[in-house]
Design a protein around this ligand. Sequence first.
Ligand SMILES: Nc1nc2c(ncn2[C@@H]2O[C@H](COP(=O)(O)OP(=O)(O)O)[C@@H](O)[C@H]2O)c(=O)[nH]1
Ligand SMILES: [Mg+2]
Length: 761
Amino acid sequence: MPFLPQGLTPQMDNRGDKRPAGNDSFSTPPGTHKKSRPSSPEKTGEGTSMCASETAAINIRNARRIMAKIKHRLNGYKNEDNPTKKLIEYVREDISKLDISIKKKTTVGVFGKTGAGKSSLINAILGEKDLLPSGTLCACTSVIIQVGANVTDSNYTAELEFISKEEWDAELETLLNVLSEDGEEKDGALFNTANEKITALYGEDGVFLSVEDLKKDEHFTNIPEFLKSKIKKIVCEKASDLSDEIGCYIQHDDSRPGESYWPVVKTVTIKVPNCKDFLEHVVLVDLPGTGDYNKSRDQMWRMKLRDCSTVWIVSEINRAAADRDAWEIVSSSITDMAQGGECSSLSFICTKTDDLNPQKYMKASKLKDDDFHITPEDPQYGNKKKIACIMHRNGKAKEKVKKQFLQQDTIKKHFDCDDNFLSVFTVSSEEFTKEDPILNQEQTEIPALKDLLRKYNINHINETTHHYISGALGILSLIQGSKESDAKMMVERSKLYATLERDLHQALGHLHEYCHEIKSSLQALLAKGASESEEKGVETAKEVIMSSRHQTLTALCKNDGFFRAKKGVIDLNSSLARPMFQHINSEFSEFFPVQGKVTEKSLQAKIDQFTIITEDLLTKYENSPVLSHVLKFLKIEEMKLKKVLQQEIVEKKKKIYTSLYESIQKNMQPCYKDAAAIKGRGSMNKKKDMLRDHIESSKSEMFQEAKRNMVALLDRTLEFTVEKIRTGLMESIDVSLLNENTLPFMDIRKDIELLKMLSQE
Ligand SMILES: Nc1nc2c(ncn2[C@@H]2O[C@H](COP(=O)(O)OP(=O)(O)O)[C@@H](O)[C@H]2O)c(=O)[nH]1
Ligand SMILES: [Mg+2]
């Protein structure tokens, strides 16, 4: 069958890709700067998701109102006796706690080389073609840009965070060193970056100034915030104004030497109005792939990456299928995304799909007009041909990228890659933004990406809403369960208390056993890994040292063993630690999976299974007018506790995993510092010797210490988990069963009915 391109054959489906049918411009909220697009067919796909988020938002508002009323009514009981007062206080506090966010924002990491089209893509998604500056030839800055929604007013804002003045002073020394190197030791890429940084900040003559002169505050009168280590805030009414203002902080501009400040900027956080529906709980982070050896920016880069729940790899469609670099960036940072992070899916985004010459494309692909069912007589022939070619190439690119992904062994090894793990998009930001596009919006696939963001946003809202409403119902159950307390009931209460206390003790015992098992298992793997690191790790590290050029070596030392060069990452600590990591990686992923799939062996599974409020118990007390409510309250408290733990464990597991690396880095640090300070003739060899000697002399202790630290951290996390469940549940059990306190009668049947209705929507 000949290939029938989309758009020409409306009856065809989306060929299995994940794009939901939807057309963007017709459901943008009022006030969004969007022009109408007559060439696009109107669809309502997005409408449903908008409604869902709106409903959830209304529900949570209503639930809050109900709970505020309850709190207010509790205020009326001021003169109660002591135990009751305490109970009232507990309930009031519990209501306030419902508002504490249980979920952090979803971070989307946008990866890609300079020029790949990241900024244009983000602009297109935001519907703000002028927001992020795009397209300058030498935009090789390494500023991290975060974009989120401004939900408070209609301004465009930016917050700039600078590196510290001390750090810049230290970097200046390195930069001048790089610039003064000559002959064989000169490293072109480093030299250019150093040159650019100095000229950007100080102008053309900067390179002739001494370190002392360059350090002077007078160069920074335009950015007093940098000297004071403060955040600089910029607020504008229009996107283009903000773009103009932030340009000099994020972009290199050859034509304005001395007026760019990007070398001292660490992150820029931009907030955009009118995008609440897809960015309220989502942050897009532009993670530039270019390297320059700035320590704190590198740390920030890794920290941000560890926070990403999904990563977008952006690459031009022309290169996409063969873009080794794009996969390389991911592979080289894989553990910061997997075990050391919380990434659970990847999207590969092929950009600039409109950039195509139909004649050449058809010739190269051996395609004829017939294949596209078009004839030159058609008045729309030219456009139809181009659209057909674009869609044809898009289809092919998707296949190729997916095929290529199958060969990415590193990535596959670290992630549990099911069919949903990778999605591929073929986008044209240009066509999406143009006044007279030939592709309709759907074909540009920008709406599909926006839908993806919207989905993250809605998930967040739904989860928060669910948490609030079920928590509120729990509290109301407690109120209902605290209003009757004759002698007979007190006996019943004590009986239930004893049962729960016993069951809790028992269940925690099982959890403890499990913790012990995973601890010993990790310990054993680490021990094996440590002895292998002593051999193989040390060997590889020495090779890295020996094969590094002088400036790379210096950069490596200045940057505590980690250097993100333009060509890729060089990491001495990783080389040392690799065998240890290799030994634990797969088991570690089993204990702490992040991809929503809770493996049998995982701590999360054990927590999920943990319960002392069993179905049997609920049935047994089903008809008790008081205790049935108490149990409902406890069940919900238990659920809430588990939910909070789930998030905390993800954060803790990242720390456990990275502790291995950090231990080794810490052990090496004094040596890096000393080596970096060696100057003068023959300094390269002296540096190499120093590094090798240190590794050799400390290897027997270094890896053992890393092992001990990791096990200790794991131990603390497990202990924390068990203790949190114990104290949390015991407190709830105490408050609901132990005391003779009763709440004054409050008729809350209506409120419960209302909340139940909200929870079902
Ligand atoms: N034809 C075409 N050009 C694009 C598209 N997206 C970006 N570009 C161009 O590609 C260049 C680099 O884009 P930019 O967004 O700055 O890339 P970044 O460095 O990854 O942020 C600019 O000249 C853009 O105009 C697109 O969809 N189609
Ligand atoms: Mg850019």
